[in-house]
Design a protein. Sequence first.
Length: 322
Amino acid sequence: MARQSPQRPDADEPELGDTDGPTGPDVESGPADRSLWDELSIDPVEIALPAGTGFTLRAYRAARELTPTDVAERDEDDPFLARRQVVEAEDDDEVVILDEEFAALSAEDEDDADRKGVSDGKRAGGKGTDTLDADASDADDDTDASDADEDADADDDTDGDEEVPVFLSHKGRLLLFKTPESLVSFIRSGAPNDLSQLDGWNELSERVEPADIAPRDEDTYELDLVVENLRGGHDTWDPTLLIEAGEVARDLSYALRLPAVLDMLSAGSSLDDLDEALRASVNGGVGGFLGRRRLKKIGAQTASLGWRTIVGKISAVVDWRD
């Protein structure tokens, strides 16, 4: 069968090359210019919460260089926080329950761990130390006290040098903007905020444009998806989503002075155990295998209830700006 000749285009349609001028390959938009942010060490951040998605700014500075956000007015407006302050004033060791269901489930987990620890201790059959010489004990106490004082002095010197997060916030509330334009308008307005204490703030207000508000992937957080993902069960958990959520939740709870949320994510807590197991699970080899085994032992209900509380507490201190 003879090969058919291609049809000639209609007279009204231009043939290939019949254009008004030279053409080139389509130009794809490249990555946003990061020079401004890199120069000032401030980053645009995008956070998704159940109420919506918004843009804000975050920076890291030495603790000694920052004045913490003032939460007095925020806490006065929140009856729960006001009650918390009264309880803490009466007894510094008092535990404030943020979520009764989560607290109950966490207590069950801790009881299981305690029972296992007692059992292990009995098997170990450790001996007491009642026969130690009293003079030697006093000498050890003096040495321990001296070491403790030295450690405390060293901590005082280094704590101020530790880099801590600070967000675009005001009076204990995170400022979230629904569009880059509204964020830039606020930055240029001169309105009071916690980032204005940074050295580069005035320069940022003069140079920033809406096109600059393009957060990197690692500065985009989807807190609105965390609870639903955890409810889906171990096989559906998204390590990247959950690890990044933990990072920004810690930053926010520190910068916005939410000690109860910090406690829920602190070392040794059930949610910190979840975070460590997730980080281990994404590694290859034996470490990844052990991490996945640890995840299987973490209660999905406990994790989802804990994160529901965290997302709710963060959402409660957000000031949405259109």
